[in-house]
Design a protein around this ligand. Sequence first.
Ligand code: IVH
Length: 712
Amino acid sequence: MSVDDAARRAEQLRREIETHDRAYYERDASTISDAAYDALFRELQALEAEYPALSTPDSPTRRVGGRPLAQFETVAHAVPMLSIQTETDTGASGAEQFDARIRRELELSGAAPPVEYAAELKFDGLAVSLRYEHGLFAQGATRGDGVNGEDVTQNLKTLHDVPLRLQGVAPPVLEVRGEVYMRRDDLARYNQSARARGEKPLVNPRNGAAGSIRQLDPAIAANRPLKFFAYGLGAVEGWNPPATHRELLDALADFGFPVCEHRIVARGWRALAGFHDRMGEQRAQIPFDFDGVVYKVNSLALQNRLGFRSREPRWAVAHKYPAEEARTVVTAIDVQVGRTGALTPVAKLRPVFVGGVTVTNATLHNEDEARRKDVRVGDTVIVRRAGDVIPEIVNVVPEERPLARMRFRGRKAYLSALETLRAFGMRKISGPYLRRMPRHPAFQLPETCPECGSRVVREEGGAIARCAGGLVCPAQLKGALLHFASRRAMDIEGLGEKLVEQIIAGGHVKTPAGLYALTLPMLATLERMGRKSAANLLAAIEKSKATTLARLIFALGIRNVGESTAKDLAQYFGKLDALSQASAEALEKVPDVGAIVAESILDFFAEAHNREVIECLVAAGVRWPENEGRAGAPPGPFSGKTFVLTGALPTLKRDDAKALIENAGGKVSGSVSRKTDYVVAGEEAGSKLDKARELGIDILDETGLLQQLKGD
Ligand code: IVH
């Protein structure tokens, strides 16, 4: 390839890559496969390596980042990077006070027209300054102390939001100031894959942004989903900025910088306060964090007139929102039981004002989460309450953990302390460690339900621990009663949600069996319950006593036992006693009952409270015909046998074959398993036949089926 050809090809590749980049980073649209993109990129890298003269400062290959630095160089800001005055009065008066101050400084009379302001978001990230020389990105710096910052050019180049070359006519010098930030969804995605790689997740978007830009190895920043918004100017040579802040931002957008769309120009403080409110309401929907809004005098000429006071401009203010994060102390860790019996650890907190309310509790979600965050009693923690979301503990402040002071007299005491240490989950054990032992142990869920004392069971592989108390646990009572009374269970008409709540609140019913002890005078005292409806309800309760075994099993609300499994169980066992005493093995013989369902049934009947409830139901007069499922099915040559039909039979239609089998006491199932007794195969039988062969199940054709029927 000639040098000319190489130059042409390199230029072509750059343009092509830039087009794909723009689609991807600006419009969130992929216009090429990852593999094809990588191929273009590598081709360009190879060309630039072979012909170094072809490499341009704005080539997309420059974003990949160079070698790690030993340290950052210091950058003296040509125009200092100022900070901004914050208005901590989070109400409308915050805006009013700023406007009053501006009017005073400008010596405006009460009759003078309202001042024009630009309002935008106060991004919660890291402030940086980007210097362009003759249109090319020359240097990027952090704010530092405002006068001197750190040279983070390499890291900033990895951001696709930072143009490597300005669009349009470029002045000799243009410094653009703005904020590096991370979107919350990008952070969540990044953290997910970081955890999968076994790396530490980022604590929050602000730390994520600031931490990434301050890394000496640009490969780290290149891997993080960092974004940028422009909001102001630094040094400028050879360019006349427009007359207003709004137009300045428009001009920056034309140069190719991302500018946040949530901005307005408004006159007077009421409009500013309105913007503050509106943006506050939208905070949860906007995909990145902002901790307030910024008001700026719109006219740059007026900004000049107002000037600065120490390190802050007089023409701007940050009007904050109530903080979403705060520090406080964990006073206890309680365990709450939900409506389905799920146990949730909840941290009790020293009251703290966060997200606009006083928070005293924060959820720890489940035991795994509590242990992952290692939250303990006495810990100082960061609590977050964003929008209407339930308050959460972001992390523990490890330095603040209360430690136990220990002194040992002799070797024996020391050794027994080691023993204790292990119980506290400490692995590395050495002398100094002993003196720095946490005062409180790692969190552990109780083994019995704090509401009812039943056992706590943890589903295999699942994060959720549940109370096995089902019917007796007051925390689960409402759901249990509603389910018990539902149409397909005991079918007690008229026992709705409001009524159940009142009955429970009155302490009248502690288990479903308690429903059968309700009396007319007691019901009549309830709100909106006349004598007539009370009598109707009692009649419905009385009527429900005559039921079927299948309905009763379903009504018990055993986890993972739905209506059809209840029917299968009733049919298979015939008696409740037989079911309650069945082993896992016996249970798994029932169609569609696997290990998980069997375990739920065992857990249920293992709980003495649950067995008591059943005794009370029987004592109250609940009854059902025994062996109905079995007695109901006509006894015949196929009793207890399961068939699977596959393929087309020569004379019998599928429904006819099914009816024949069922009338002979057999059952027809849709899929082949070890529980299948016979597979009846016709023409073009497919995978079911293969499976039957694999499992060694008897295979019949139509003639074989009819012979079996006759008992041959
Ligand atoms: S203007 C001369 N506008 O707030 C005033 N700052 O400035 C310069 N910040 O850490 C600041 N969003 O990074 C301005 N829309 C915005 C901003 C903003 C966030 C940050 C800035 C700095 C702090 C104080």
